[in-house]
Design a protein. Sequence first.
Length: 163
Amino acid sequence: MEIIIRAYEEKDLPQMIEIWNEVVEEGVAFPQEEQLTEKTGPSFFAAQTYNGVAVDASDGRLLGLYILHPNNVGRCGHLCNASYAVRSALRGYHIGEQLVLDCLHQGRLHGFRILQFNAVVASNIHARHLYERLGFVPLGAIPKGFRMKDGHYEDICPYYREL
């Protein structure tokens, strides 16, 4: 599998919505509970500062994606935030790592100075290990900050990295 990371195109939207909804449905990483639809998906992605997609060069299939957008406004507008989604069947192939690395680059290109993650679920150890390996600084934990799909609460761990 040859992975290419590029900006999303309109033709990618059905697969982006599918991948995004898979993570939302799992209920263990994204705070969203509402699934994107053919109507809401395009405006959701268009509202982001940048959307990157991981594509298999051999067949054009989307493997994963990320969204990048401001984390705050005004005097804190130089902080950005991002979310990453990889098809569940393809996790473990370092697609997420390539998405994060591209996101760091795009964040700088778009004038941001810090990438901050507000709510990494403590039990999401693969994401946490990746972020720490890539130089993100953990800022502690917020007890019971995330309601899992089954209704129990888990801690969330904010992270940041200077761009």
